[in-house]
Design a protein around this ligand. Structure first.
Ligand code: EZ4
Ligand code: CO
Length: 402
């Protein structure tokens, strides 16, 4: 029996911060797992280094499910983004190792492909409506079939989701940037630009929009009803989801499809949303929701209730978890779409993925395991520096939901 002989944490910042776990076995096989939790990176690194790595040495890397149960139940303290991201890293690295040992891509370990590639959606944005339309046209030319659109609300320059430079990257400041938000201004403006996109590009395009948890259920219901004829693919995170019950009101108010889950870290965060059919798409990710083992469980539960998948895939998910996501996406029957934001070119100096983007879809490679290499020398050239997401404040100065 092979055993785990070494586990190492690699923290690097090629364009943005990433934490990666590298596990090595007694047979000399290595596996990678993403452990990046945007803005709280070092907490996960400590959880791994101080609490999990001492438990790994000498264990059987083949027993992935048992390792998951051991780390989850054995901690006594269950769930939470830090814990679940750390468990995800171990889990993902073990799937990578199993694939390399078997000489199979991870999708074959998961039962084989149900489709060749995973349709992705890109992020178009603009400081104004004409800029947004130009960006949508760019994505169309690149072959994207699904596009998320966000435009800056006039008078609110820091509006969420809008690119200020070549690459959209929300976590940039060494201390959180504090941005002003007005729900009234947003609700007046957003339906208008979504309508413009449909006018210009028609309906032969999946149109997505991210509300980023900023509305109450009542406001979200009104918004969803207002844009119903625009037939969005989804409205994302219409309201915060600490209370799953909040989605019932939105559901009753509108047939605009609802997606949620990028901040979820376990199946318990979406149990009611799924089993009571309060959502259409579940957006939990490999890295924040306990790895391939746990995300597959969430997806399988969702399948029973006709809820489709739409995994989080912003740039704070490293190419390692993006690869893991694509391997899982191509196997599950209820796949919907995969979020994809191209990484900063610097990121690819450190991470060398083998998945390919063609005509708006990501194709996993047939390389054994996840098919991602990490160049440790390159990683060392990009030391960690703090980068935080912005905080949103209402016009009266109080803190708003993200
Ligand atoms: O704010 O990934 O849909 N994507 C998003 C992202 C998230 C970041 C949080 O780390 O909403 O931009
Ligand atoms: Co989002």
């Amino acid at each position: 029996m092979a055993t785990i002989t070494d586990a190492e944490i690699i923290i690097t910042s090629p364009g943005r911060n990433f934490v990666t776990l590298k596990i090595t076995t007694s047979d000399g096989v290595t596996g990678l797992g993403d452990a990046t939790l945007n803005g709280r990176e070092l907490a996960v690194a400590s959880y791994l280094r101080d609490h999990l790595l001492p438990l790994l040495t000498g264990r059987d890397p083949d027993r992935i499910e048992d390792m998951w149960q051991y780390l989850y139940k054995g901690a006594y303290w269950r769930r939470g983004p830090v814990t679940m991201t750390a468990i995800a890293a171990v889990d993902t690295a073990l799937w990578d190792i199993k694939g390399k040992v078997a000489g199979m891509p991870v999708y074959d370990l998961l039962g084989g492909r149900a489709r060749e590639g995973a349709m992705v959606y890109g992020h178009a944005s603009g400081g104004s409506i004409p800029e947004l339309l130009e960006d949508v046209a760019n994505f169309r030319e690149q072959g994207y079939r699904a596009i998320r659109v966000q435009a800056a609300v006039p008078g609110y320059a820091g509006s969420y989701g809008v690119r200020h430079g070549a690459v959209y990257e929300p976590a940039a400041a060494s201390l959180p940037d504090e941005q002003l938000w007005s729900t009234e201004a947003y609700l007046d403006f957003a339906p208008a630009y979504l309508a413009k996109v449909r006018e210009e590009f028609g309906f032969d395009l999946h149109l997505l929009h991210d509300v980023h948890h900023r509305l109450t259920p009542t406001e979200a219901g009104r918004f969803g009803r207002q844009v119903e004829d625009l037939r969005l693919y989804w409205m994302e995170d219409p309201t915060p989801a600490e209370s799953q019950d909040a989605f019932r009101g939105i559901r009753q108010a509108t047939t605009t499809p609802i997606a949620v889950g990028e901040v979820f870290n376990s199946i318990w965060d979406c149990q009611q949303l799924i089993t009571e059919r309060l959502i259409d798409y579940i957006r939990a990710s490999v890295v924040h929701a306990g790895g391939i083992t746990h995300l597959r469980r969430i997806f399988n539960l969702a399948e029973l209730y006709q809820v489709r998948t739409g995994s989080h895939g912003a740039t704070d998910l490293s190419p390692v978890s993006m690869a893991a996501a694509v391997h899982l996406d191509v196997t599950v029957p209820n796949f919907g779409v995969q979020e994809y934001m191209a990484h900063d070119p610097l990121t690819h100096e450190v991470f060398r993925p083998t998945y390919e983007l063609r005509e708006g879809a990501l194709y996993p490679s047939a390389a054994p395991g996840l098919g991602v290499e990490l160049d440790e020398e390159a990683a060392a050239r990009f030391p960690y520096s703090p980068k935080y997401l912005p905080v949103s404040r209402r016009t009266d100065g109080s803190v708003h939901d993200w």
